[in-house]
Design a binder for this molecule. Sequence first.
Ligand code: 13P
Length: 222
Amino acid sequence: MEKKKLVVANWKMNPKTLSEAQELASAVRQEAFEAEVVLCPPYPFIASLKSLGAQDCGWEQSGAYTGEVSPAQLKDLGCEYVILGHSERKKYFGETREMVNKKAQAAMQAGLTPVMCIGENIEQEMEIALVGTDPTRLVLVYEPEWAISTAEHFKEVTPEDCKIAVDAMRKQFEGPILYGGSVDSRNVARFFQRGGVQGVLVGSASLDAHEFIQLVKNAVLA
Ligand code: 13P
């Protein structure tokens, strides 16, 4: 049987309240999708929503690290996936590729699957990203920062551009590769059909239940 497509929703620092988060999650969960749908809400909502994903984690499992959340804690709450190395974390919070790699190793030790973003310099980034990890338990995402819907200098990535990047990533990695950057219900099918990916990482379009449900349905049909 063909493996289910993976749709990861990165809610970023949204929504503002727990009740809005509960409403969004329950609307999405009323649907029975033929896809693996992973919601990644902000940390404070994870326990209440019993979400499968988180947006980041620290690289230690416990200890004196003020403000950090460990992979072991996320696993204990029921998370299976953690997004790592998002370009917004690099841009606003000074994350380096080495830090992301340490997080990936710690996440794997805790039994989480890292959903690791690779952006602008595919070969160099992958070389660092994969050190010490088990590539059979890793998901990679091609997500260049200019393709994100909120980017200051937005530039569209076409499915054909995506395919070129995915082919480059395939030289070093055999597992699932997702595409992220302005994916919505209208363009999602093309990334599956022509972009060479097994899933998508969705930002803005995952914050509207109706739009997100349509996006997942179109992904399944693609
Ligand atoms: P958008 O879907 O809003 O472009 O965000 C993409 C993203 O950053 C997902 O991680």
